[in-house]
Design a binder for this molecule. Structure first.
Ligand code: AMP
Length: 369
């Protein structure tokens, strides 16, 4: 791919991910366009906005040099169709696997990436058979469109199968074995069309009510061979899907090593720390990858970093603005329960400095809303 300068980049979606992609892409001389149903989404002020009608999206593709998307729920057919007009990255195979839990698990299995035992479930009868095969506890998850813990039910006893099936809306699903994990980790990798690949360090993610609250970067006490193992899994996925752009893999760390949970073919909340915390952010590297530029270094700028999501309410941010090692990002969204409206990155030279800063912030922010 020739090195592209001054590209017009189209993003399907106009939320905070699109906003941060544009904020990373403007210094490289690019321009941005977004698709949005309403003109007040977080990215809308950062480029031309197209509505979501087929004609409008087609016009957008005609005016863009390259396109990308914010969500793994973007229809594969739409990406295929727009790709006949202008290149869309990551291309359709990445979406095809990542937006369906059954296909995703089958791919992990094909590539010898360890994952929870699972069975596909299309009706209540299937569910009862799957419970017998996999054992309990187990997690029932809708095959598509689950996020932030939605569309899931943890089944503890066989008597709960009817309740679980109703709770997930009687939709095609997978039942997967419950993994007893020590920590949740994730890795972000990036590949460009010249097959250059870079990997960020494994990070630790802490959730509350199914929503990411805190990322610690890098995750503490990661043995180099565990980092390498995660990179090998990523490499297998990137190559198999001919992926161009950022790919995120969520993993469980267990007594017996890493177990893959799910992947996202996009920039990810667990990579927001990279904006100030890494030599090149996930957003810049995604833009570099899809516009044919060489990828940037992924090494941390300081030994310790953390990313705190601001969820539901802003709380009192005044102290955060006066801390020299803290960076506040607000997405221009109104407060609403369980909504991601901003994040804060903390950089530190020592574990003690990180802990102290997190402790101070937790006193003024509403961290568990
Ligand atoms: P997911 O939407 O697959 O990322 O799941 C949301 C959260 O549910 C994960 O972050 C885990 O905390 C938990 N979870 C998902 N799958 C499993 C599993 N098989 N065993 C135990 N916990 C799980």
């Amino acid at each position: 791919m020739p090195i592209a300068k001054g590209c017009r980049v189209g993003v399907l979606g106009a939320g905070q991910l699109g906003r941060m992609l544009a904020l990373a892409g403007y210094p490289l001389g690019h321009q941005f366009a977004f698709s949005s149903a309403t003109p007040d989404e977080p990215a809308c002020l950062l480029g031309q906005v197209y509505d979501n009608t087929p004609e409008s999206l087609q016009a957008m593709a005609q005016q863009c040099d390259v396109m990308t998307y914010e969500s793994e729920n973007t229809p594969v057919e739409l990406v295929d169709q727009l790709n006949t007009i202008t290149p869309v990255y990551p291309s359709a195979p990445s979406l095809y696997y990542a937006q369906n839990r059954g296909r995703e698990k089958a791919l992990f299995t094909e590539l010898a990436i360890p994952c929870a035992p699972y069975q596909c479930v299309n009706n209540l009868d299937d569910l009862k058979k799957a419970i017998e095969a996999i054992g309990l506890p187990a997690v029932l998850k809708t095959t598509t469109e689950g996020y932030d813990g939605k569309g899931q039910f943890v089944i503890q006893t066989p008597a709960q199968s009817d309740q679980a099936w109703l709770a997930i809306g009687e939709k095609p699903a997978i039942l997967e074995g419950f993994i007893s994990f020590k920590r949740e980790l994730s890795m972000i990798a990036v590949r460009n069309a010249d097959n250059q690949q870079v990997y960020y360090p494994l990070v630790e993610n802490q959730h509350h009510d199914g929503i990411l609250r805190l990322t610690l970067a890098p995750a503490s006490q990661i043995d180099p061979h565990i980092q390498q193992q995660a990179q090998d899994y990523m490499q297998a996925l990137l190559n198999k899907m001919n992926h161009v752009g950022v790919l995120t893999l969520e993993l469980f760390e267990t007594e017996n090593g890493l177990i893959a949970n799910e992947m996202a073919p996009r920039v990810h909340n667990s990579g927001h720390w990279t904006i100030e915390g890494a030599r090149t952010s996930q957003f810049e590297n995604h833009i570099r990858a899809i516009t044919g530029l060489p990828l940037g270094a992924t090494t941390p700028r300081q030994p310790y970093a953390a990313m705190i999501n601001i969820i539901g309410e802003y709380g009192d941010l005044t102290p955060a603005f006066s801390m020299p090692n803290v960076h506040v990002h607000l997405y221009d969204k109104t407060e609403r329960p369980a909504r991601k409206i901003g994040h804060i990155t903390v950089l530190a030279q020592s574990q003690a400095e990180l802990d102290n800063t997190l402790q101070s912030l937790s006193q003024t922010l509403h961290l568990n809303k």
